[in-house]
Ligand binder design. Structure first.
Ligand code: SF4
Length: 456
């Protein structure tokens, strides 16, 4: 059978969808090139913001019509809309859905397919698929055929859930408490991706720098990076990244490991969320603006040429103009490489939704968002300008509107034109133009000649 997965939300959901696709491939199913041809539909949902939740619900309601016209089709819903609890109420709301999968749990779909009346058909296809995949072992991640050699960068969850409970965040309610995966499982996952052509992995966790803290005498993220780095050297995996870090868990050992290991990129994602101590305290983030300031200085001192990205929420309940100004000033002072900006929206059951009034108007939230966006565009334009004329190693991911698109070690997007096939290769590019959101480059003549020699 053919399947199609719609993925909404964060990188963790993308990784979960990839894992579900792997399980479906293992059973012998194939990704549908056109969603209309699919027999199995899955919506991997996000509820971090109301708009994301609405999008998932709309998609599911479209599938309701498909299911009414063609009852044989299989509809699954996955992710944070299902959550970690009994999905009984969701089942009542979506009676046409066949399978409910909590975040990171493709198991219910696998069981459903194995138990259903089409089992005989599945088993025949499964046997064929198994024969084709002898080279892969249990625990390996199988990519859909169309992604072999095309998927250059992939996400690998290393910690599921979160036990921190920031007052605005719904994730601990939906993804459960923190659970680190074993090193063995992660190594199998990374190795199988590398053997299927992936060149870069991003290790994921809601608080990735807490990796291993829930395992007695367990390894930490620095230890894990060393192990994954060994796998990378063995398999040809070019780059390793990790996200998202929490300021309180970024140790010197971790930062020094990033600086030491050549395949771990100088790129840190560490959200501040606000630049005002009172707001941070009400968000229950566990640090002050000054502690964050010191952390940024420490990261920069320990990792040469590092890019640092952050997240910020504007319009948190009770955020005054003066408190917003503290966030603005901090961002202007620190000059970070990227700020993912969000307008606060109350999420069900969270501390902020239950006990704080959402009292900053939507109009004001938009204004604050725009102010930070404008500031950040200026800051990043200035930061990126320093790359002008430099030659940078770029991992080429794919083509976009006739140009090759790749990423620098700092995860900056860069485009260049050339007729040769550069997908999945690391090329040295001379930067010819820089803007806040992307850069343009060209291949130095020597690289093109080297390539011609290799081809000939
Ligand atoms: S650290 Fe805070 S914001 Fe991040 S997932 Fe956990 S509760 Fe949510």
């Amino acid at each position: 059978m053919k399947y199609h997965i719609w993925t909404l939300g964060c990188q963790m959901n993308e990784a979960d969808s990839q894992r579900l696709a792997s399980e479906l491939e293992r059973l012998g199913h194939q990704a549908a090139s056109d969603p209309e041809d699919a027999d199995i539909f899955v919506v991997n949902t996000c509820v971090v913001r109301q708009s994301a939740e609405d999008k998932g619900m709309n998609r599911l309601l479209q599938l309701q019509q498909v299911k009414q016209a063609q009852p044989d089709k299989i509809v699954g819903v996955m992710g944070c809309m299902v959550g970690v609890r009994d999905p009984l109420s969701l089942r009542k709301k979506l009676p046409f859905v066949d399978v409910f999968m909590p975040p990171s749990e493709p198991g219910p779909m696998v069981s459903f397919l194995q138990d259903s009346s089409i089992q005989a058909e599945i088993m025949a296809v499964e046997a064929q698929a198994r024969a084709q995949r002898d080279a892969l072992q249990d625990g390996d991640l199988i990519l859909p055929a169309h992604e072999h050699g095309h998927l250059i960068s992939a996400h690998v969850p290393v910690v599921y859930g979160c036990s921190h409970a920031c007052s605005f965040c719904i994730i601990p309610f939906r993804r459960g408490i923190e659970r680190s995966r074993s090193i063995g499982e992660i190594v199998a996952h990374v190795r199988s991706l590398a053997l299927q052509g992936v060149k870069e992995v991003t290790l994921l966790g809601q608080i990735v720098d807490r990796y291993g803290k829930d395992i007695e005498d367990g390894p930490d993220l620095a230890d894990l990076l060393h192990v994954v780095h060994d796998v990378a050297e063995e398999t040809g995996l070019e780059r390793i990244r990790f996200l998202t870090s929490h300021p309180n868990w970024m140790t010197d050992k971790l930062l020094d490991t990033v600086a030491e290991l050549p395949r771990v990129m100088p790129h840190i994602e560490v959200p501040v969320q606000a630049g005002d101590d009172e707001v941070l305290q009400r968000m229950k983030r566990g640090y002050t603006a000054d502690q964050y300031r010191k952390l940024i200085a420490n990261i920069r001192a320990r990792i040469p040429d590092v890019a640092i990205n952050t997240d910020i929420i504007v319009g948190f309940p009770g955020e005054t103009e003066e408190q917003f100004q503290h966030t603005y000033d901090l961002l202007a002072e620190l000059k970070l490489d990227k700020a993912h900006l969000a307008r606060y929206s109350p999420r069900p059951n969270t501390v902020s939704a239950r006990s704080m009034e959402d009292d900053v108007s939507e109009e004001e939230k938009k204004r604050r968002h725009l102010e930070l966006d404008t500031l950040q565009a200026e800051v990043v334009a200035e930061i990126n300008q320093r790359f002008l004329g430099q030659t940078l190693p770029v991992l080429v991911e794919d083509q976009h509107k006739g140009k090759w698109r790749g990423r620098t070690p700092q995860n900056k997007l860069i485009f260049f034109e050339d007729d040769a096939d550069w997908r999945g290769r690391v090329v040295d590019l001379e930067v010819t133009w820089t803007g806040p959101w992307s850069m343009q480059g060209r291949l130095p003549v020597s690289q093109r000649e080297a390539d011609l020699i290799v081809i000939n």
